[in-house]
Design a protein around this ligand. Structure first.
Ligand SMILES: Cc1cc2nc3c(=O)[nH]c(=O)nc-3n(C[C@H](O)[C@H](O)[C@H](O)COP(=O)(O)O)c2cc1C
Ligand code: SF4
Length: 475
């Protein structure tokens, strides 16, 4: 730590509250992990209440961690592959599940970032001018394509774009690149392999919203993507600012992301108003996932066939990110794209941690919302994780619920207590009756403010349904 540099750095840092997270990140990088003293010094320099800055600094798990720390992923796929923290910083997900078990030394992924991909991910990432169509045509083409959001909620994209344009300017566009759902790394592949395609989609969105104000909210662990994006932004000359997160999964929830960007803790807002009406600093804001935007130029050019990117990881020979139709099955993804299973499959998670846990009997089910609903699950963010029969179901449940407990922002009581109680139940340190589990899960689903608490019961519900004996396990 070089505290002698602190006064000069504080002098240089912008004073607007919206820069608080960025300022904390810079101090961490250039001076050292945020201590109470550094937090106070920044508060004084920005003319903010010291308590406010402490509150924000303590919300993010990385601000107190040295930039060159060794981090070990302990998410379900890495855990299944034997990850051990061994004195390093244990992180619930590092976003590189295709390279599991994953460790990072500072910004670098041990062994380097590699890709296994197909389809449009492998096409040359040329800087093409964004198609310039009248807004009505853009909406018509998006509507007839059937494109829905790829961030997990599957909201029709054209409806959101129309809602933002219906509000008076100035408007803002934000790319959600926080991608924190364990098992999901498709947005990282896009930013690393096709940054110009993503930016072309962003340019179309900015033109549609008649705005020159745009941001990419990027998760901290994606240093390679940060570089490729920065280079692509410079090459395209687009006025886009990258906001780097600090290790909070819930900040991927769009209203938590707005809070984070406005210099507060990343706690989801009550809705309405929706971001389309009152988003970043109260302005109408279009928030789209990285992949959603990458599909837009291809749709407008008539080059798109309905499909999406699937992240495939776990017990497969060639984990990676693959373009496939919307109704692909897990078996096709595993056998045709990911080189087949490495051992007998015990369970699959179809679309990221919050999408449910399914038995091998579901391998031939189309991974669509309609077909998965029959199994109590959802396609979510299309992060297919394959777990071997040798990995105990209770361990998968306990690790999944630990993730949600660690990442809950703590605003809603059922989410705060329910995720932790379920984690302890499956870890064997708390015995919950079936009735008690149901009571907690009902409360989480019905009363949580955001999708984290609402969807966290899904892995448990699906496990209880498909493995009634094992999942009802108690110590
Ligand atoms: C806990 C939580 C985490 C989320 N994380 C992400 C994320 O990392 N990336 C993302 O695009 N959407 C994420 N979402 C969904 C966003 O709130 C939002 O629906 C999405 O960014 C909208 O873009 P889309 O319509 O293009 O999908 C998350 C939602 C929740 C509840
Ligand atoms: S559901 Fe959980 S993560 Fe979402 S606002 Fe409530 S406490 Fe926070």
């Amino acid at each position: 730590m070089d505290v002698l540099q602190l006064p000069a750095l504080l002098e240089e840092l912008p004073k607007e509250r919206t820069q608080l997270l960025d300022n904390l990140g810079r101090i961490r990088r250039e001076i050292g992990p945020i201590t109470p003293e550094l937090s106070d010094a920044l508060a004084d320099a920005m003319d903010l209440r010291r308590g406010d800055v402490h509150e924000v600094a303590s919300f993010y798990s990385y601000l107190g961690v040295p930039v060159d720390a060794r981090r070990v992923c302990t998410g379900p796929v890495c855990d299944c592959m034997g990850a051990q923290a061994d004195g390093a910083v244990a992180v619930p997900c590092l976003g590189h599940c295709d390279l599991a078990p994953v460790t990072m030394e500072g910004d670098d992924v041990t062994g380097g970032v590699r890709h296994r991909a197909n389809g449009f991910l492998l096409e040359p990432d040329e800087l093409r001018p964004a198609p310039d169509l009248p807004p009505e045509d853009v909406l018509t083409r998006l509507e007839s394509s059937g494109l829905t959001g790829m961030g997990g909620a599957a909201f029709p994209t054209w409806r959101k774009w129309e809602a933002v344009r219906a509000e008076p300017g100035p408007r803002v566009v934000i790319v959600n690149a926080d991608e924190g759902e364990p098992g999901t790394f498709k947005d990282r592949y896009l930013m690393e392999l096709r940054p110009q395609l993503v930016l072309e989609g962003l340019e179309i969105a900015m033109r549609f919203c008649e705005t020159e104000e745009a941001y990419v909210y990027l998760r901290e662990e994606y240093a390679t993507a940060r570089t490729t994006l920065q280079e692509a932004i410079a090459a395209r000359g687009l006025p886009v600012e990258i906001v780097v997160g600090a290790g909070s999964y819930v900040c991927g929830e769009e209203t938590a992301m707005l809070e984070s960007m406005e210099g507060r803790r990343g706690m989801p807002r009550l809705r309405p108003p929706y971001p389309a009406q009152a988003g970043y600093l109260g302005r109408p804001t279009l928030i789209n996932n990285v992949e959603t935007l990458a599909h837009v130029p291809r749709i407008l050019r008539g080059e798109w066939t309905p499909g999406r990117l699937w992240s495939v990881s776990g017990a497969v020979r060639e984990p990676g990110c693959f373009e496939a139709p919307l109704d692909v099955t897990a078996r096709r993804l595993i056998d045709d794209h990911a080189g087949g299973a490495t051992e007998e499959i015990g369970a699959i998670v179809p679309g990221g941690a919050a999408s449910g846990i399914l038995p091998p009997a579901a391998l031939d089910v189309a991974l669509t919302a309609e077909a998965l609903r029959e199994w109590g699950a959802a396609p979510g963010s299309a992060g297919l994780q394959v777990f071997p029969a040798s990995y105990p179901l209770q361990r998968l449940l306990s690790e999944t619920m630990r993730f949600f407990a660690e990442e809950s922002c703590q605003k809603c009581t059922p989410c705060r207590i329910g995720t932790r109680a379920l984690h302890h139940h499956f870890a064997g340190s708390l015995e919950l009756t079936q009735a008690k589990m149901d009571e907690w899960m009902d409360a989480m689903e019905k009363t949580s403010i955001c999708g984290l608490g609402q969807a966290a019961p899904l892995p448990v519900r699906t496990a209880l349904r498909h493995w009634p004996e094992e999942a009802r396990w108690s110590s």
